[in-house]
Design a protein around this ligand. Structure first.
Ligand SMILES: Nc1nc2c(c(=O)[nH]1)N[C@H]1C(S)=C(S)[C@@H](COP(=O)(O)OP(=O)(O)OC[C@H]3O[C@@H](n4cnc5c(=O)[nH]c(N)nc54)[C@H](O)[C@@H]3O)O[C@H]1N2
Ligand SMILES: Nc1nc2c(c(=O)[nH]1)N[C@H]1C(S)=C(S)[C@@H](COP(=O)(O)OP(=O)(O)OC[C@H]3O[C@@H](n4cnc5c(=O)[nH]c(N)nc54)[C@H](O)[C@@H]3O)O[C@H]1N2
Ligand code: SF4
Ligand SMILES: [Mo]
Length: 711
């Protein structure tokens, strides 16, 4: 008697790929998810988690009503208006007593897959007057921000994957993550087809990764450095390219101020040094340098493997320097890399925005004197910002589309901090670990229950592309769009909201469609035309070219080797790698079946339902541990109990585990949380307080009495 299945066109919003999908809906429920073969970017591709959207939307753990935690800890349902009124009242009381900096916002990964949420969450936050803004970027790839601040940025645009002769991927595994670095979407959409097609047209692929990843398996050259030694490797690559004069002298003369300083700094990093520290044959490093430098067009791009290492800011800086000395940027007169369709076109110019070091002037935290970078305080200090006494101690935290309880380093301290808040509000469709600790959990719509468009995903598409989707499903009656929660909270707090250049009328109740349309007013595609293209709109090249430098900017130059970077290189070259008692290195790794914590709880999705510690089979044999046996993984910070898995793609001497698993509820078995092993004390980067989250010294030990007979 149910309504017959209807097929709807939409796109998935679990990760930046934004794959086109066809949804079969029956009785208001998703019964099937198919890849949309007519989607011009994803062309029919979907991944396992995207296809399980039905379970994510209608699963037993989906919150269909917001909840309040009573004094005794029991969750009781609450309406959104009642929750908003009480939250606004408690925030006001906090600000009156302690000032606006006692209020904080944490913006998680899933916030960014809804066009309106980041805009309205930030709008609410601005209205509070607080400086305590946090996001996952600062426990992810904020090294890229640090590089831009210290080196400067070339404003002509970067060379593109589609016409590249060579590409170097370091510390990223797009075949699994759909990452690939710095927003060249071509690397990552439908990754297997895209990478194979590029190889077939002649692209040479270099992968730098201690693990023989799914991406490394497609490479012409795979360099497997010891985890955490990338800075030395990239200094070595620069050494070869500079001494063999394989660099782009013309680009450097125009845009670099200190090439001799770079050459001088890497002079001592010869291939014997690289071989000794990184464990890669000198020959292979030389081959990689020549392949990259002589490969024509194409860039080196990175991911978490570089940005989470012990010298992440330096390593990322040297990768950027490699791109600069090889001139892998668009020149005056070339077609611009213009992917703005719904957003405003920003003209490209063959000029440099000089190093600004704006973080030296940002709001200063009382925790270690760390300063805001791009308006955000580093998430590595969030727990201390909550726990450490001080007049502006954070007492109220709103979490939007994130799960800091699972994602932040030093799990124990993080949980203590979240538990100690006067007010924790979490906007989340599930009872994540963070939501369980919250005084209020606001239950939002999920992706197919809301209208949306791809404005903020534009930089990640390989071509100028835009898509709009209406809500496909009727949401449960008591949930609210994420953006509306923030708009209502602003209204209840008496804060005017500025959106798309004007102040919203607090008496009017805008629809998602109205706000989405307002967002596109400065784009080149009319909202009506966007809405009329259900499979998305491939906009074609705008025709814009890279313009000449503005005369006022003609003297600006990139700085490749400032003194602090040089000091970091010296430190990286002299460090001792061996730490007694922790012979192995724990490295980051993502899995196809989950995006951080999203997907970890979907029955049958993650193989084995857990996140094992994967080691090379020979390392397991040497440790006397059998595949599948329980083990303890120990670091200087903490320990976790998990099972091991033999995995021949993992380098000898390393252990890989994926993050954001585990539950604070001991009755639940969803693997273990790696962040118990990650500290925020030693090894934290200057400037962005980035903890070391890969190449972490650990030991793996059998659990006594629980080993099956092993030799
Ligand atoms: N399926 C899936 N997709 C995702 C996510 C997910 O959880 N699941 N998460 C999303 C998020 S939030 C992000 S930030 C991106 C991240 O995207 P990526 O950065 O591509 O993440 P990973 O796939 O973990 O790839 C990191 C690689 O770094 C390698 N590595 C580890 N240590 C080192 C090292 O010291 N040096 C070098 N050179 N390599 C090292 C690892 O072996 C691994 O292959 O992915 C996004 N996409
Ligand atoms: N040890 C270690 N730690 C890490 C990493 C690592 O590699 N190793 N990776 C780091 C990185 S790169 C990142 S980005 C962070 C991830 O950190 P977070 O972004 O904080 O973690 P997620 O699990 O992605 O949190 C997303 C939350 O949003 C919820 N959600 C899903 N859909 C919606 C929605 O429509 N609306 C709302 N409001 N919520 C929704 C999910 O249920 C989930 O609880 O973790 C970091 N932590
Ligand atoms: S989760 Fe999978 S299906 Fe969804 S957008 Fe990402 S890659 Fe595509
Ligand atoms: Mo991330």
């Amino acid at each position: 008697m149910g309504a017959p299945a209807r097929r709807h066109i939409s796109y998935c919003r679990l990760c930046a790929s934004s794959c086109g999908v066809l949804l079969d809906v029956e009785d208001g429920r998703i019964t099937r998810v198919l890849g949309d073969a007519r989607h011009p970017i994803s062309r029919g591709y979907t991944c396992a988690k995207g296809r399980r959207a039905g379970a994510l939307t209608h699963g037993a753990d989906r919150l269909t009503t917001s909840v309040r935690r009573a004094e005794d800890g029991a969750p009781t349902p609450v309406t959104v208006p009642a929750a908003v009124a009480d939250i606004a009242r408690r925030l006001r009381a906090t600000v009156e007593e302690h000032g606006p900096d006692a209020v904080a916002l944490f913006m998680g990964t899933q916030q960014n897959f809804a066009a309106l949420t980041p805009m309205l969450a930030r709008a609410w936050f601005r209205g509070t007057g607080s400086h305590k803004l946090f996001s996952t970027m600062t426990i992810d790839q904020s090294a890229k921000w640090v590089v831009a601040e210290r080196m400067g940025t070339y404003l002509g645009g970067r060379q593109r994957f589609e016409d590249a002769g060579v590409w170097l991927l370091a510390g990223t595994n797009p075949m699994v993550s759909g990452n690939g670095g710095d927003g060249d979407g071509a690397v990552v959409h439908n990754p297997s087809v895209t990478l194979r097609a590029a190889r077939a047209r002649g692209l040479r692929l270099i992968v730098v990764d201690p693990r023989r990843t799914e991406t490394a398996a497609l490479a012409d050259l795979h360099l497997a450095p010891r985890p955490g030694t990338d800075a030395v490797l990239f200094a070595g690559l620069l050494h070869v390219i500079l001494t063999e004069h394989r660099y782009d002298a013309d680009f450097c003369v125009r845009h670099v101020v200190d090439l001799p300083a770079l050459a001088d700094a890497v002079a001592e990093v010869n291939l014997a040094v690289v071989q000794h520290m990184c464990g890669i044959d000198a020959d292979r490093v030389r081959r990689a340098a020549r392949l990259f430098a002589d490969g024509g067009r194409g860039m080196a791009t990175t991911g978490t493997g570089l940005c989470m290492g012990p010298h992440s800011n330096l390593a990322e800086h040297l990768v950027a320097a490699l791109n600069v000395v090889c001139g892998r940027y668009l020149r005056e007169g070339e077609p611009a890399d213009d992917r703005a369709v719904l957003t405003r076109h920003i003209p490209a110019r063959a000029e440099v925005s000089p190093p600004a070091r704006a973080y030296e002037r940002g709001f200063r935290s009382r925790i270690g004197g760390v300063r805001a970078i791009r308006g955000e305080l580093p998430s590595g200090i969030l727990a201390d910002e909550i726990l450490e006494p001080g007049p502006d101690r954070i007492r109220a935290l709103i979490v939007s589309g994130g799960n800091p309880a699972a994602a932040l380093p030093d799990r124990g301290k993080t949980l203590r901090a979240l538990r100690s808040l006067d007010l924790l509000v979490c906007v989340d469709p599930r009872l994540s670990d963070t939501a369980r600790l919250a005084h209020y959990v606001i239950a939002p719509t999920t992706m197919y229950e809301r209208a949306d468009h791809t404005a903020i995903m534009e930089p990640f598409f390989p071509h100028p592309f835009a898509q709009f989707t209406s809500a496909v499903l009727e949401p449960p009656p008591d949930v609210v769009d994420d953006w509306r929660f923030f708009l209502d909270l602003s209204a209840a707090s008496g804060q005017p909201v500025k959106f798309a250049g004007r102040v919203l009328d607090p008496a009017a109740e805008p629809t998602s469609e109205q706000l989405l349309a307002m967002m596109t007013e400065r784009g080149r595609l009319r909202f009506a035309d966007l809405a009329a293209a259900p499979h998305g709109h491939l906009a074609g090249h705008s025709g814009s070219v890279v313009g000449p430098p503005d005369p006022a900017a003609a003297g600006n130059r990139l700085e490749l080797m400032p003194d602090d970077v040089r000091a970091e290189l010296r430190a990286a070259l002299t460090e001792t790698i061996v730490i007694a008692g922790f012979p192995l290195r724990l490295t980051v790794r993502r899995i196809r079946e989950a995006v951080n914590s999203t997907g970890t709880r979907v029955p049958g999705l993650v193989p084995g339902g857990t996140n094992p510690a994967a080691l090379h089979p020979e390392d397991l044999t040497a440790l006397g541990i059998t595949d599948g046996a329980p083990v303890t993984v120990r670091s200087a910070t903490g320990k976790v109990r998990t099972i091991v898995r033999a995995d021949a793609t993992v380098a000898r001497g390393t252990v890989t585990m994926t993050h954001c698993f585990g539950s604070i509820d001991p009755r639940e078995e969803f693997g273990v949380n790696v962040n118990a092993l990650i500290g925020t004390g030693t090894g934290v980067q200057a400037i962005n307080a980035m903890p070391t989250m890969t190449a972490v010294p650990v030991a793996v030990e059998p659990v006594p009495g629980e080993q099956r007979a092993a030799r």
